[in-house]
Design a binder for this molecule. Structure first.
Ligand code: SAM
Length: 226
């Protein structure tokens, strides 16, 4: 399987789609979600300035209003984004406006797969995002259903990071994957994140190492996506 994703560089990404919601019906929230919040570097403007292992936002069980500053990424895309054709990497996504550092940009939406399901998918693995739990791996598949997040390309010098976020349930194996700006992003600059592949670790169904060149154009480019 070829999926990009968190930390492990195994292989791809996910929004709350119906299958996922059904799966989580009845999941319990922690007794006090606020007590589990990662507060540091989350300022009153709703900016998260560096990636955290996990961020709890306020959820349906909190008494705070929808405008609460602990509801950073759950209201959807607020920035004008544009899909455009890149020269060498297919479709890409750029912002039509300036994005302040730490701002929420968009979610990676798709269907939730158990890793075993993902393994049997063939030919459509470029839209897989691995949620990164080694023992209980889940994958977000944006091949058939997804949002604009599925068109965001990889860069070896990315301007966004993927942040795990929970708010409406407490299932740490299946967080929302939310993209935040890790620097000020200028208008018309392409949005990118690090797919986190490990070179020579991606294999085809026969066990042969797969190679893909990286065309991110960064001065720090490693030359290979995987
Ligand atoms: C999640 S999709 C991104 C959207 C894709 N460009 C499209 O047109 O649908 C991932 C695929 O985009 C291409 N891609 C993304 N970043 C790339 C990069 N830096 N260099 C080369 N190809 C890239 C690869 O084909 C990769 O498998």
């Amino acid at each position: 399987m070829v999926a990009h994703g968190h930390g492990h560089g195994l292989t791809g990404l996910y929004m709350a789609f119906p299958a996922f919601l059904l799966f989580f019906q009845g999941s319990a929230l922690p007794a006090s979600p606020l007590s589990s919040l990662v507060h540091s570097n989350n300022n009153n403007d709703g900016a998260i300035l560096e990636v955290k292992p996990l961020v709890y936002e306020c959820g349906p069980h909190c008494k705070c209003p929808p405008s609460c500053y602990m509801r950073v990424s759950q209201h959807g895309i607020k920035i004008k984004l544009e899909l455009f054709k890149t020269e060498s990497r297919g479709w890409g996504v750029r912002s039509l406006e300036s994005i302040p550092v730490g701002s929420f940009v968009c979610e990676y939406a798709g269907e939730l797969l158990e890793d075993k399901q993902a393994e049997v998918l063939t030919g459509k693995d470029e839209y897989l995002f691995n949620l990164g739990n080694e023992e209980d791996p889940f994958t977000i598949d944006a091949a058939r259903k997804g949002n604009i997040g599925r068109f965001i390309n990889h860069s070896c010098s990315p301007n966004m990071y993927a942040q795990d976020v929970l708010y409406e349930y407490d299932e740490t194996r299946i967080p929302h994957v939310m993209f935040f700006a890790q620097e000020v992003i200028r208008p018309l600059e392409e949005l990118t994140y690090d797919y986190n592949y490990k070179i020579d670790q991606v294999r085809d169904s026969n066990g042969n190492i797969k190679k893909k060149f990286c065309y991110c154009g960064s001065a720090e480019c490693s030359g290979r996506l995987y």
